[in-house]
Design a protein around this ligand. Sequence first.
Ligand SMILES: [Ca+2]
Length: 175
Amino acid sequence: MPRLCPLPALFTALAGCQIPPGALPPFSIPDAGIGYADTVVAFARGGNVTSCVSSLSPCGTKVPDGGAACSDPTPLGPPDGKRFPLGKGEALELGWLCSTILDRVGPDFTVVGTLSPGASAVVAVSTNGSDYQTLAPYDKATSHFDLTLLDLRWVRFVRISNAGGPVEIDAVTTP
Ligand SMILES: [Ca+2]
């Protein structure tokens, strides 16, 4: 079942509910990439942080007991017009268990979603699901992200944190 982590310190709580060492499936780098996020790792909504860590499974393995919220496919897969809403103080962590986001020439991934006027979010990335580095804001001007900014060769996790105004996430895609 998903674990609930206490607030406040939302983002600290998110980080504190992350994947234990050894939980990640083995994989090889580089990876061609399937092209989109395949796993909801955790999310903060309505004052609670839900970690889906216990439902993380190797690529292609059916999630046995992640609970309905952790199995929500809304922000996964290619863009389909169905969106995961993020209100003030809410955040979403997505994983690439079936592929890897590589630093290529130019932008490496794109956040597909909708932003109300003046709304924005903060995008952070991680190689291990525990240690995140802030990459750039997601706003009307910026939806493409480049790992070169952090001198990272690859990542497998992306956190999107609402920084103000309604934000809805449809998908996060790689080229
Ligand atoms: Ca790049």
